[in-house]
Design a protein around this ligand. Structure first.
Ligand code: GDP
Ligand code: IMO
Ligand code: MG
Length: 424
């Protein structure tokens, strides 16, 4: 029995989907705690590739129960479409997939507001347009609509009408669009979709408690990454939830005293999709290598990911904020073929060298990386199954990352497939 959190240690897309799928063979329950359909978690099993946005990545293991916690902003369109795709592929999660009644619902107007706000922003965040910011905004403003509210025939029309009226006011006064939202259409669409959703609704905190009582193993699936956290990320170029391990307790209803360990999913280099500072970003041949060999294209937006060297300041920061017990180091195969590999060990800022990550975009934009250089390797490592069989320079790179991150590497991922994983 174990209770583990897997969290993204950089700017998202670290390979959480792959690692969650791998670890879920040992987990009875996989739970998502935050974010929404902005997540794009890829799981590759032989010739089949799944990209999950709403449904936890544990769903592909037929013995694992999957749950969406109250901290998630629930996108019912995305949920239904994923469910449909899974069922068409022969995976039927009915009876082992649940959604918390207390999760806030992403309404179609949240997506419209996301787009309208982003279009007006001078310094664009580069959001996914999945309505994440506006849905969390409503939650914090105490006018949001939860799953339980949609299912309440008396309350839903009242709260929806209030919201449509308030949002129409915003569209008219701020964006110059009169009577943009139609109550009847929105109501009908949502009620129809919830006919499908309602059978999956179950109190996730109770489900977790039952699982703990029955000595089951639980895995919490992080979305996004540490540097996209609303409090600890590169604000304002962040998402609107707590993507770090602390968010798991408030986002699912598990107590902090029940968590055994936190595994940080970390790429062997760094990527970022969307705008904001990125000290080790590369705009040279090495950057092109990481982008093309790593197939670095956003799973949700299809945008090219920005690529750069591994950043030890980020690794240590992530370890501190999340309390990382170990690392799943992913995509190390992508570094193969490079003569030299650099690792950032400090930032030059106003004549000083910073050795701790400053979570301030204004400072980060003015920082220059200080690198140490390691020797690369030419071998293809994607079929290697045992740690001892990895080429010497790969092992040296992993040792170096462990040393500067101060976190032990538990899993080395050498390809997108389940079986391309080495337990160190
Ligand atoms: P997530 O959001 O953290 O789940 O990551 P994404 O799925 O958005 O992006 C990770 C991408 O890298 C996906 O295309 C994965 O299939 C792929 N991937 C994961 N681990 C590895 C690995 O070790 N090596 C390679 N080459 N690809 C990987
Ligand atoms: P996974 O779970 C990478 C980024 C967006 C943008 C910022 C805010 O697949 O790792 P939002 O739509 O959340 O308001 O956008 O956050 N972003 C992600 N980047 N991976 C993700 O999820 C992301 N989810 C949001 O690109 O910069
Ligand atoms: Mg992703």
């Amino acid at each position: 029995m174990s209770v583990r959190i897997a969290v993204g240690a950089q700017w998202g897309d670290e390979g959480k989907g792959k690692i969650i799928d791998l670890l879920s063979s040992e987990a009875d329950l996989v739970v998502r705690s935050q974010g929404g359909a902005n997540a794009g978690h890829t799981v590759k099993i032989s010739d089949k590739k799944f990209i999950l946005h709403m449904i936890p990545s544990g769903v592909l293991n037929k013995n694992t129960v999957s749950a969406i916690g109250n901290g998630v902003v629930f996108d019912y369109d995305s949920f239904i479409s994923e469910l449909d795709t899974l069922k068409k592929t022969g995976i039927n999660p009915d009876g082992r997939l649940f959604i918390s009644p207390y999760a806030h619902v992403v309404m179609p107007y949240h997506k419209e507001l996301d787009r309208a706000a982003e279009n007006c922003r001078k310094n664009k965040i580069g959001t996914t347009f999945k309505g994440i910011g506006p849905a969390y905004q409503d939650k914090i403003s105490r006018c949001g609509i939860r799953v339980v509210d949609v299912l309440d025939a008396e309350y839903f029309p009242v709260v929806l009408k209030n919201n449509i009226e308030a949002k129409n006011h915003i569209f008219e006064k701020i964006y110059g669009e009169k009577n943009k939202l139609d109550y009847d259409k929105t109501y009908k669409n949502c009620i129809e979709k919830f006919e499908i959703v309602k059978k999956y609704v179950k109190d996730v905190s109770l489900l977790i408690e039952e699982s703990l009582e029955n000595k089951k193993s639980i895995l919490f699936e992080g979305a996004q990454g540490t540097l996209l956290d609303i409090d600890y990320g590169t604000y304002p170029y962040v998402t609107s939830s707590n993507t770090t391990s602390g968010g798991v307790c408030t986002g699912t209803g598990i107590s902090p005293t029940k968590i055994d360990s936190v595994i940080g999913v970390m790429k062997a280099y760094t990527t970022r999709v969307g705008n904001g500072p990125f000290v080790t970003e590369l705009n040279d041949e090495a950057g092109k290598h990481l982008q093309s060999v790593g197939c670095e294209v956003g799973a949700t937006t299809g945008r090219q990911r920005r690529c750069g060297w591994f950043d030890a300041l980020i690794a240590r920061y992530s370890s501190r904020i999340n309390g990382l017990s170990s690392l799943a180091l992913t995509k190390i195969d992508v570094l193969g073929g490079l003569d030299k590999i650099k690792v950032c060990v400090g930032y030059k800022y106003k004549g000083n060298i910073l050795t701790e990550f400053p979570p301030v975009s204004n400072i980060l934009e003015k920082c220059e990386p200080v690198y140490e250089e390691l020797d690369g390797w030419k071998e293809d490592i994607s079929d290697i199954k045992e740690y001892k069989d990895l080429p010497e320079n790969v092992r040296k790179y992993i040792d170096y990352i462990e040393k500067i991150s101060k976190v032990p590497v538990e899993i080395v991922s050498v390809g997108p497939e389940r079986n391309q994983s080495i337990f160190k």
